[in-house]
Design a protein around this ligand. Structure first.
Ligand code: 2NL
Length: 337
C-alpha cells in the first residue's frame, strides 16, 4: 500500500469512529488519534522527515490535512453531542382539527358522470380514446366522403396533412368495433374540437357523449326507448321527447332528438324560439357502410348510434347562460356548484 493510501485508510477509520462516538468515548478517541505521545496522526506527522524526498511534499500535505480534518470533526461531534435534545413537539389533542379545503366537481364533470351513470344502468360501458386522430377514424370509416363539407380544412383543426383534433367521439366507437366483435354497447364521452367563433353559446373545444349499441336484432324502437328513458332520467320525469327526421352520413335513417323546453315546459319561450322544443342531439341506425369499414357483417347485426353535447344539457340543468364560464376556471363561478 502506498503511503498516501495508508493515510486515506486511517482517515476513513478515524471519521467513522468519530461519527459513532458518544460523549464518553469522544475524549478517548481524541487521545487515540491526536494524543501527543501515541496518537496515530501524531505518529504520521513525526514520520514526515523520514519519507524519501520525492514523496515528502505530497505525504506531508496529506498528513497535515488529515490532522486538520480530524480536529474539526472531533469539535463538531462534541458540539452535536452537547446540544440539548430537541423538545418533542407536543400534540394538543383538545385543539380543533384543521378544516380541510373541500373541492367540488366541475359542472361538466358532474353532467358527464350523471349521463354515464344513467347509461350504465342501461348496460352501456364507457370507452375512451385519443383526441388526436387520423382521417380514417374521424371521417372515412364514418362514411364521410372526401368532398364532404365536414372535411373542409377551415372547419377542422388539422395538425399536419394526416392528423387532426377529433371533431366527434365516434372515432372511439370505430376503434372499439375494429378491435372486438359484436355485440357492443358503449358510450364515448370526451373532448372534441371545432374551429368556431366563440360566443355565449359556442366554444371551439367542447364535450360530447356518443353512444352505440350493435347486436343482432337492435331496432329503431330500441333507439327511441333508450333515448327517451335517458331524457327522463337526466332532465326529469315530465320531460317529453320527439324524434324528427334528419340526415347524417353515418346513420340511415337518422333523426334529431328534441326534448320539451326545459325553461317553459313546452309552452314556448325565447330559449326554444317559441317552439316548445329543444334539440339535444342526433341519432340513427348505423349505416351499413360503417359496419363494412370496421369489418362487421351488416347482414348479421344492426345497431343504433347517437351523439349529443354535454355543455348544453349541463347549462340547462344548472342554469348557466354563457358557455365561456365553463372554461374560464374562475373560482367565484365554479364554487357555486
Ligand atoms: C350530432 C349527431 C350523431 C352518431 C352521432 C355514430 C357513431 C358511429 C356510427 C354511427 Cl361509430 N353513428 N354516431 C350517430 C348519429 C348522430 O351525432 O348531432 N352530433 C353533435
Amino acid at each position: 500500500m502506498s503511503r498516501l493510501d495508508h493515510v486515506e485508510t486511517l482517515r476513513r477509520e478515524a471519521l467513522r469512529q468519530i461519527e459513532a462516538a458518544d460523549s464518553q468515548t469522544l475524549e478517548t478517541l481524541r487521545i487515540e488519534w491526536l494524543g501527543r505521545k501515541s496518537g496515530q496522526v501524531t505518529a504520521l506527522l513525526r514520520s514526515i522527515p523520514t519519507v524519501p524526498a520525492e514523496e515528502r511534499g505530497a505525504f506531508g500535505q496529506a498528513v497535515n490535512a488529515l490532522k486538520a480534518e480530524v480536529t474539526a470533526r472531533l469539535a463538531e461531534r462534541k458540539a452535536a453531542l452537547a446540544a440539548p435534545a430537541q423538545a418533542r413537539a407536543a400534540v394538543d389533542v383538545t385543539m380543533p382539527g384543521r378544516q380541510p379545503a373541500l373541492g367540488r366537481l366541475h359542472p361538466i364533470t358532474r353532467a358527464a358522470r350523471e349521463m354515464i351513470e344513467i347509461f350504465g344502468r342501461l348496460g352501456f360501458e364507457v370507452v375512451e380514446g385519443p383526441e388526436v386522430e387520423d382521417e380514417w377514424h374521424n371521417f372515412v370509416a364514418l362514411n364521410i366522403p372526401p368532398e364532404h363539407p365536414a372535411r373542409d380544412p377551415l372547419d377542422n383543426y388539422y395538425l399536419d396533412d394526416r392528423l387532426l383534433l377529433r371533431t366527434q367521439t365516434s372515432t372511439v366507437q370505430i376503434r372499439v368495433m375494429e378491435n372486438r366483435p359484436p355485440p357492443v354497447r358503449i358510450i364515448a364521452p370526451g373532448r372534441v374540437y371545432r374551429p368556431e367563433t366563440v360566443d355565449a353559446g359556442h366554444s371551439n373545444m367542447f364535450h360530447q357523449l356518443e353512444g352505440l349499441w350493435v347486436e343482432q336484432g337492435v331496432t329503431f324502437a330500441d333507439l327511441k326507448g333508450v333515448l327517451s328513458m335517458f331524457a327522463r332520467a337526466f332532465f326529469g320525469p315530465d320531460v317529453r321527447t320527439r324524434f324528427l327526421p334528419s340526415y347524417f352520413p353515418f346513420t340511415e335513417p337518422s333523426a334529431e332528438l328534441y326534448v320539451s323546453c326545459l325553461l317553459c315546459a313546452g309552452k314556448g319561450c325565447p330559449a326554444c324560439k317559441r317552439t316548445g322544443w329543444m334539440e339535444i342531439g342526433g341519432c340513427g341506425m348505423v349505416d351499413p357502410n360503417v359496419f363494412e369499414a370496421v369489418g362487421y357483417d351488416a347482414e348479421e347485426v344492426t345497431g343504433f348510434a347517437f351523439g349529443f353535447g354535454i355543455e348544453r344539457p349541463a347549462m340547462l340543468k344548472y342554469g348557466i347562460n354563457d358557455i365561456r364560464l365553463l372554461f374560464e376556471n374562475d373560482l367565484r363561478f365554479l364554487r357555486q356548484f
